[in-house]
Design a protein around this ligand. Structure first.
Ligand code: GAL
Length: 360
């Protein structure tokens, strides 16, 4: 009897012990922080709304406000959601904002870098969290970026130089570049000199001033152009400015010397003020980039990547580390002759605003 009692107690003990052991085993297997932030792609896309993080450099230029609003529309039209942060040109702030988006568990990060080099760390941090990264409009250098979507920025520069050399085949040229931290500024400059170099070598064109514009600020472009005019005794025949904001600074400096409308100026971005200057005659051309096409393409790619789907045919752009799969859209050169058929026809700006028509 005693034997049976002892055996029974032992059995009970064993059962209790096994129960405790299995409970302990379940505790150890809880997922780590990383696993929680980026569950396997397909899982997130099937039962949760895709969440995209959009880290922007700035909202300083007119176009970025449009990129922000249209990208949100494009993403929501695909049934996903987007969290947007803009760093006002501050590198440290952009990195910490990206860290916030990563820790919020976004399914994909899309990035407009202020500084092409320093944002490589964002790509690294996102990948550690299992989050893919798309470079939007501007490339991130020396990083394992997953995709790049933009316009063909070298072509932007070629279009500017072609338009200007048609108007001014010979003479003194000024080049007002973009921000040296922005890879687009380098691509655009390469495009400009693809066209100018042969004419420089022939002696038809002379570059009398060539300067980057810190942070693309119009005030810096104004100061640069004032120095160019002073250094050359106002003997300047044409100016290529990397975008319309800097072109505005250039034209203000020309105006101070009574040269606005006399010296042709090229720009980029089809800002409203630039479109108005083109019809008035103080700016010769701009390069129009239909932002809706870019945001639609970027949203398509972002949601597809977040779902772990394939993204289709692409080009390759070298960023100093890898050949980045890239989608480059075509820009459009605009001057007085085709402004109605391009910017206005697309509703990018209204005819009333461009021609300053009151109550038409
Ligand atoms: C460039 C962009 C241009 C221009 C500029 C200033 O990267 O391609 O459209 O706006 O930034 O923000």
């Amino acid at each position: 009897m005693r034997q049976i009692l002892i055996k029974g107690r032992l059995l009970l003990l064993a059962l209790v012990f096994m129960f405790i052991a299995s409970a302990c085993a379940k505790e150890v297997a809880k997922p780590t922080k990383e696993e929680r932030i980026s569950p396997p792609q397909s899982e997130a896309s099937t039962n949760e709304k895709i969440k995209i993080g959009f880290s922007m450099d700035t909202l300083q230029e007119e176009r970025w406000l449009r990129d922000r609003d249209l990208f949100k529309e494009s993403v929501e039209a695909l049934g996903a959601e987007v969290v947007i942060m803009a760093a006002n040109g501050d590198d440290a702030l952009q990195i910490s904002q990206a860290e916030t988006l990563i820790s919020q568990g976004v399914d994909l990060l899309i990035l407009v870098p202020h500084n092409a080099e320093s944002t490589a760390t964002i790509v690294h941090k996102a990948h550690l969290a299992g989050i893919k990264v798309i470079a939007y409009d501007r490339l991130v250098k020396n990083a394992d970026i997953d995709l790049y979507v933009s316009f063909d920025n070298e072509k932007v520069g070629e279009m500017q130089a072609k338009a200007m050399t048609k108007l001014v085949p010979k003479g003194n040229y000024v080049f007002i570049g973009g921000a040296i931290t922005d890879n687009n500024a380098h691509l655009l400059k390469k495009g400009v000199f693809n066209v100018l170099q042969p004419l420089i070598e022939k002696g038809d064109i002379k570059i009398v001033y060539d300067q980057w514009t810190k942070d693309w600020l119009p005030a810096n472009a104004l100061a640069n152009m004032q120095s160019a005019l002073k250094a050359n005794g106002n003997q300047i025949d044409a100016v290529i400015a990397a975008n319309d904001a800097t072109a505005g600074g250039v034209i203000q400096a020309l105006m101070e010397q009574g040269l606005a409308g006399k010296v042709p100026v090229a720009g980029q971005d089809a800002e409203l003020a630039a479109a108005q200057r083109i019809v008035e005659g103080t700016q010769s051309m701009t390069v129009y980039k239909p932002i809706k096409a870019l945001t639609d393409e970027a949203a398509r790619l972002a949601v597809a990547l977040a779902k772990g789907e394939t993204v289709g045919e692409y080009q390759k752009v070298n960023n100093g580390k890898i050949e980045v799969p890239s989608f480059l859209l075509s820009p459009i050169a605009v001057d007085q002759l085709n402004i109605d058929d391009t910017i206005i026809a697309d509703g990018f700006h209204s005819r009333q605003d461009v021609y300053k028509l009151s109550g038409e």
